[in-house]
Design a protein around this ligand. Structure first.
Ligand SMILES: Nc1nc2c(c(=O)[nH]1)N[C@H]1C(S)=C(S)[C@@H](COP(=O)(O)OP(=O)(O)OC[C@H]3O[C@@H](n4cnc5c(=O)[nH]c(N)nc54)[C@H](O)[C@@H]3O)O[C@H]1N2
Ligand SMILES: Nc1nc2c(c(=O)[nH]1)N[C@H]1C(S)=C(S)[C@@H](COP(=O)(O)OP(=O)(O)OC[C@H]3O[C@@H](n4cnc5c(=O)[nH]c(N)nc54)[C@H](O)[C@@H]3O)O[C@H]1N2
Ligand SMILES: [Mo]
Length: 658
């Protein structure tokens, strides 16, 4: 949590609270200069109305009453005509605080019956895959990784994306742990690890099956554990039987000895833990990958040892413990957010979307298939409202932009994905300019629309009190008053707890679910579509790569850009040679969805056949006025569930004619 020093109403210093168990006062480089963000001259501080063509970024300041009146009139006309579903709410993870993220907004859109999006672009596929094994995806407390003696960072770039876990990893290592990274890219985390297994993208299921094959063949499994704690072992064993390490070696590109070493280490050097976040989930079969990875500690019995098992996002703990409002009414029409481009441009959609309200998100940059999204945002007949702190590529396309407060200007309840501490974020300063908290904006909009349900006027403190009003034992002793006095409190979960051993897995039979498992290549991969791969032979990964970006946020500040100050494509020297490309050359990365001009960086961090363009750059950073999601694959497993197959994108690279 943050401590802010205020003088004469102005925040003058912001630092991490030295007593916070996770941060210990150290902030990550993204937010070290947070006050520059708060007081930045580009900050949106008044409501704005569009004065130029869509996307031009030409706006004029207007009073709140005018802005709310216009939005209310636009939305009301649609509702009165029976077309509430032609209004789409689009929001995501811009803020992680529970109430500013969406509690009040959801009430508002639920009341009017607008269409909604499933907030599935991050973490939900991983959640589902782990749940397939354990009912709910509880993992070990990430702090308990300090107890582990084998730590596999599986498709997660911890050193960059989860900085505050790194000291825990180092603590384990100092006590004798071996730290292993499994990733198609030699990330900064891989550089710091003891062992690095550079897998071909999307082949993790084959690796897991070969590990299980090895456990079985070498007699490393405990039949009593399997009998007592799992079901479906016979089916899994049959699947693993078909994947000897030699076959997995061909699929994954890893040597047989490395696969066997990994399996032997995970089974015998205990406690053994795996840490994952979202990297491998961003694929068509991401759920299978996360299910496969979650099976490993179930098979080996790694859960038995404190510090062993699977460490995932801890969000499930907060969602279980807090009194979350009911999910939006099931009768509301809901889309997968990955489909936004299609949803905004599909003439057959009934009713079509003709009003869009965006908060806490920047879909013009973060959602795949960006060219279609921009086509949609440029529709003259689409009335768009964006609630933002800065003029993002999405806000630029709005009809009305509303100014949102930052974290030091509003009250919120902070949950976490990396630890178990719940926190109360109290405002340190008054809102800058005319900015308002998201919650207040929706309360005022409800009033402007004449909606009289008192629940639409709950104040922020009441919203937080409602969330805390839960009998769940993990919230024992955590009250609003205590959080007010102490700022944070650890959920009441004992250190060293063993999920699914000390407690029964919430599955149909109370056991961890194994079962048949098969490696399948995604449709947009060289194996899945050889014809497409003949035109676009390179697999594009778009990972988080810059230490001072937070998704598509912060790239608006020149001092947050990496030294080159423009996006690059990393490609293996062999792929560069066949294309006549050298480091520093301007190249075009393209497929049927889009084209981007970026700077080539020859790098053996990436395998032959794989290229990486970092995620997070904005439209203005390329000649085409698009960011990397102009290329990415919007396939999502179904409308209802899961993230997009961002990382299953085929492209070609050629020297730029310019
Ligand atoms: N190609 C590719 N695409 C990806 C990913 C990837 O790895 N590769 N990662 C995906 C993942 S994991 C995620 S989580 C998503 C992130 O997607 P988003 O959540 O949409 O992205 P952010 O850039 O984090 O935040 C969006 C905006 O929220 C605004 N914001 C912050 N606080 C507030 C507030 O209190 N109120 C309001 N109204 N606005 C606020 C910020 O100014 C910012 O512009 O992107 C996904 N897209
Ligand atoms: N600096 C910084 N930190 C951040 C963020 C940021 O934008 N910048 N974003 C935050 C957010 S919203 C999130 S969700 C987290 C995400 O944190 P992470 O999940 O750690 O980050 P990602 O970059 O999405 O993906 C991690 C790795 O997955 C790898 N990967 C891709 N495909 C595969 C595969 O098939 N198999 C395997 N084994 N690995 C694969 C990628 O190469 C990448 O190195 O980071 C958070 N922290
Ligand atoms: Mo995310």
């Amino acid at each position: 949590m943050w401590d802010v020093t205020v003088a004469d109403g102005r925040a003058v210093r912001l630092r991490g609270n030295p007593d916070h168990p996770t941060t210990q006062g150290v902030l990550c480089p993204k937010v070290n200069r947070f006050l520059d963000r708060v007081y930045h001259s580009d900050r949106i501080t008044t409501p704005l109305r569009r004065t130029g063509p869509k996307g031009s970024g030409e706006f004029a300041a207007i009073p709140w009453d005018d802005a709310l009146g216009e939005i209310a009139a636009q939305l009301t006309s649609r509702i009165d005509a029976g077309g509430a579903e032609s209004i789409l709410q689009f929001s995501f993870d811009g803020t992680q605080g529970v109430i500013q993220k969406g509690v009040m907004a959801d009430r508002f859109f639920d009341a009017i019956g607008a269409s909604d999006i499933h907030r599935h672009l991050c973490g939900v596929t991983a959640w589902l895959g782990a749940s397939d094994v354990s009912g709910l995806p509880y993992g070990i407390d990430p702090e308990d990784l300090s107890l582990a003696r084998t730590i596999i960072l599986w498709g997660t770039n911890t050193y960059l994306t989860n900085r505050h876990l790194w000291p825990v990893i180092e603590q384990a290592r100092a006590a004798g742990a071996v730290v292993i990274v499994i990733d198609p890219v030699r990330t900064s985390t891989a550089e710091k690890a003891d062992e690095f297994l550079q897998v071909r993208p999307g082949t993790d299921v084959a690796l897991v099956l070969a590990m299980v094959h090895f456990f079985d063949r070498e007699g490393l499994l405990d039949p009593e554990w399997l009998d007592a704690h799992t079901s479906g072992w016979d089916e899994l064993a049959a699947s693993a039987h078909t994947m000897p390490p030699a076959r997995a070696a061909e699929i994954t590109g890893l040597a047989v000895e490395r696969i066997e070493w990994l399996a032997h280490t995970f089974a015998t050097r205990r406690p053994a833990a795996i840490r994952t976040l979202v990297g491998p989930e961003h694929r068509q079969h991401g759920r299978d990958i996360m299910r496969a990875v979650a099976m490993l500690p179930a098979v080996s019995g790694a859960w038995r040892d404190p510090g062993g098992g699977l460490a995932r996002s801890t969000q499930v703990y907060f969602e279980t413990a807090l009194n979350y409002p009911d999910p939006p009414s099931p009768s509301r029409r809901t889309f997968n957010m990955a489909r936004l481009g299609e949803v905004l441009t599909d003439p057959a959609l009934d009713p079509p979307i003709d009003a869009l309200v965006v908060h806490n998100s920047n879909p013009a940059v973060v959602v795949p298939d960006q060219n279609r999204i921009v086509d949609g945002l440029q529709r003259e007949d689409l009335f768009t409202v964006v609630i933002e702190q800065f003029m993002t590529d999405t806000a630029r396309h709005a009809d009305i932009v509303l100014p949102a407060t930052t974290q030091i200007e509003h009250l919120d309840l902070g949950i976490a994905w990396g630890h178990l501490y719940l926190s109360l974020n109290q405002p340190a300063i008054a809102p800058v300019g005319d900015a308002l908290p998201n919650t207040e904006i929706f309360r005022r909009l409800a009033t402007a629309m004449g909606l009289d349900d008192p629940a639409l006027q709950s104040d922020d403190e009441s919203l937080i009190r409602e969330l805390l009003d839960s009998d769940h034992p993990w919230l024992e002793g955590i009250s609003y008053e205590r959080l007010g006095a102490e700022t944070w409190a650890r959920l009441d979960i004992a250190p060293g707890s063993r999920p699914f051993v000390d407690t029964t897995p919430p599955t149909s039979d109370g056991r961890l679910q194994l079962g048949a498992l098969a490696f399948e290549a995604g449709d947009e991969t060289p194996q899945g579509d050889p014809e497409l791969a003949a035109r676009y032979p390179l697999t594009l990964l778009t990972r988080k790569q810059h230490v001072k970006f937070l998704n598509a946020n912060y790239a608006q500040f020149p001092e947050h850009l990496p030294p080159a100050a423009e996006p690059c494509v990393q490609l293996n020297p062999t792929d560069a040679a066949t294309r006549g490309v050298a480091t520093g050359d301007r190249v075009e990365v393209f497929n049927d969805r889009g084209r981007l001009t970026v700077v080539a960086e020859l790098s053996d961090e990436v395998l032959p056949g794989v290229v990486v363009v970092p995620f997070g750059w904005h439209h203005r950073h390329t000649q085409q006025g698009r960011a990397v999601n102009a290329l990415t694959n919007p396939t999502a497993p179904s409308d209802g569930q899961g993230s997009a197959a961002f990382h299953e994108t085929l492209v070609e690279v050629e020297p730029s004619p310019l």
